[in-house]
Design a protein around this ligand. Sequence first.
Ligand code: BMA
Length: 340
Amino acid sequence: MSSIRMMAESLKNIPWQDKPENITGAPVWRYSENPIIGRNPVKNVARIFNSAVIPYEGRFIGVFRGEQVNGIPYIYLGHSDDGIHWIFDEEKIPFVNEKGEAFMPRYAYDPRLVKVEDTYYIIWCQDFYGAAIGMAETKDFKKFVRLENPFIPYNRNAVLFPRKINGNFVLLSRPSDSGHTPFGDIFLSESPDMVYWGKHRHVMGKGNEWWESVKIGGGAAPIETSEGWLLFYHGVSGTCNGFVYSIGGAVLDLENPSIVKYRCENFLLTPEEWYEERGFVPNVCFPCATLHDPDTGRIALYYGCADSYVGLAFCELTEIMDYIKENSVLTESDREIGIR
Ligand code: BMA
């Protein structure tokens, strides 16, 4: 076992269960009481899934994809004492523009939530003449200021790094089409101010392995470690019955994160439990956030299940990094800095 350090604030109250004896394959195990969020969780919302959480003032706060009973997805705020039991606001997050006027997206889904310095950023997918990236910032989870469309369509799965790199904000995204995109690589973009984005680089292409052979997309905000940025992402394969979404793991270079240092050829988690295999869209494990604690190396991974539920899984930093390294297979485009 190596001893790898995680650069993050301590999180003593991270949700946790010890690893069961019977784990084979990747060292990632599900919370025994999954799913942690079931159907009809709040008034007028049929399903909550693909959602992100963060520690806040000694408790937890999250942004949740709520599929309304009219079928339109929106983002709702949730609060929790333990990261497992959640209470949701009945109203959608009330986004405003910089003048303080209401500025609601037509729809919003797959939110991520990342703190950089003293600001929390919410990033999601919305309609901007097609599927595109939406963004807002908040400092207090009371006022949510939307930033005007940062990218042209079509794009999804935007994931912000939790600190600036070489003075710039850094964001992963997955250029796409406006439908059930049958392709997709992860790219990276930089910005000095979260308004203007450029220096786009290719990070990772869809994999050679079956489970990620159609497309991939960023998942949880990368975790900074002494060996590089640990990224949980989703990989999609095509079957005669539709797409299957699994969770993969990679490690990106700390200062040049468009370079992939390690990429696990095996999935870390794939649909196996009833709440992953059965639901509105079967066979989906869709990672969106982690909670993590540098003192213990514990990582709690939040993932959407079958477009119907939220699941929680656990792993330990050194163990998961060792597994990714031992099973790493890199392609030429992984090793490149991603400029052509
Ligand atoms: C993707 C996104 C996700 C969803 C997945 C499976 O394209 O829309 O929100 O979980 O499909 O349906």
